[in-house]
Design a binder for this molecule. Structure first.
Ligand SMILES: [Zn+2]
Length: 353
């Protein structure tokens, strides 16, 4: 059953990825449900109760977390490396404080299914390090690698679903060259995504524009052969963006026939909601891991102290629920795609188009 459900998720993601980031275009999706049924389902939902109980804040902030590898020696931990024990501790804290992993595609399309009262979060891993995904000699998944720890979370914490994106280079991925087909199949059928980190982990500021283009396109071809998508998510190597980067990657044609749909930076702060007019899928800051200021635990403490700043889901995939006061930040693209439910002390109302 789980297997089937995860396939369904992959199909949904493929549809979402093709539809691209929120852009102001109206995307009509076949929900597999006729209009009458949809109306009946909508009418059975007690929207006021959801608002009273959860105070949804779908224009609140979201975190994208940047990991690289796991290390067995605690003295080798850093702002992108954790021991397996501390990585699991991070996941347990996220779970117990109401964070739900979603994929990068779900983030940039705004199409995610996060229960009411919970907060979406995106977990990212750069460089395809062996500690991300290893099999033991008997063919089972190493319980101390990232995927093994996600699996143990799924067994031990009800409702936890491992989702993440792995930004990889060539030719070595997760310690294998060429990439291990079993690992690819597992990832793509289990809620994970592979992202583009250039073919050769190239510092884009140190090469000319043609080399910048060719190393991104070469990796896009490689990923398309694995997942069938000509659209891809990108992580900038070393966090170093060349001159005119945004103009180039957002423009039509530079990477044709491939299309970059998001780009992550190294960073130190949460991002705006994907429904916020200030959300930029090509300039997504990530939070490093660790316990220093502006790292993961710092921000988790911050959102504990400032719950009103945090994205809180309404649990309704096709509805954006926001406090009326924040309406000025709602993007046109988001309100064209979904129904918008507004609330204040006076009650709830649907935003008119
Ligand atoms: Zn890297």
């Amino acid at each position: 059953m789980m297997y089937f459900m995860k396939w369904a998720v992959v199909l949904q993601l493929t549809v979402s990825l093709l539809s691209g980031p929120l852009s102001g275009d109206v995307v009509v999706k076949n929900q597999g449900i006729n209009e009458e049924d949809a109306k009946a389902v909508a009418e059975s939902i007690d929207y006021e109760k959801i608002v009273d109980e959860h105070k949804p804040n779908e224009l609140g902030q979201v975190m994208i977390v940047m990991y690289h590898n796991l290390v067995s020696d605690p003295s080798k931990e850093g702002y992108y490396a954790r021991t397996p024990e501390n990585f699991k501790k991070d996941l347990i804290r996220l779970y117990s404080e109401g964070y739900v992993p979603i994929t990068m595609t779900e983030l940039v399309t705004g199409d995610f299914d996060v229960p009411a009262g919970k907060t979406p979060i995106v977990l990212t891993f750069d460089d395809g390090h062996p500690s991300n995904f290893q099999y033991l000699e008997d063919g089972t998944i190493d319980p101390s690698c990232v995927i093994g720890i996600f699996e143990s979370m799924e067994r031990e914490y009800e409702g936890f679903g491992g989702k993440a994106i792995f930004y990889v280079n060539q030719p070595v991925v997760f310690g294998n060259a060429p990439i291990d087909a079993n690992k690819v199949e597992y990832l793509l059928t289990s809620g994970y995504e592979l992202g583009n980190h250039t073919a050769g982990h190239v510092n884009l500021t140190e090469v000319d524009q043609e080399k910048q283009r060719s190393t991104i396109v070469k990796q896009a071809e490689y990923l398309e052969a694995l997942n069938g998508n000509s659209s891809f998510h990108f992580s900038v190597p070393f966090g170093q963006k060349p001159k005119d980067y945004f103009e180039l990657v957002k423009g039509e044609g530079w990477l044709a026939p491939y299309r970059m749909v998001s780009s992550v930076n190294v960073g130190w702060n949460p991002i705006k909601s994907p429904f916020d007019t200030r959300f930029d899928a090509y300039d997504l800051n990530r939070i490093t891991v660790g316990d220093d200021d502006y790292e993961l635990n710092f921000w988790l403490d911050y959102f504990k102290d400032n719950p009103g700043r945090r994205f809180i889901s309404d649990g309704l995939k096709d509805v954006i629920t926001i406090n009326k006061e924040t309406m000025e930040y709602l993007s046109e693209g988001a309100s064209a795609q979904k129904r918008v439910l507004l609330y204040d002390e006076g009650g709830i109302e649907w935003k008119t188009k």
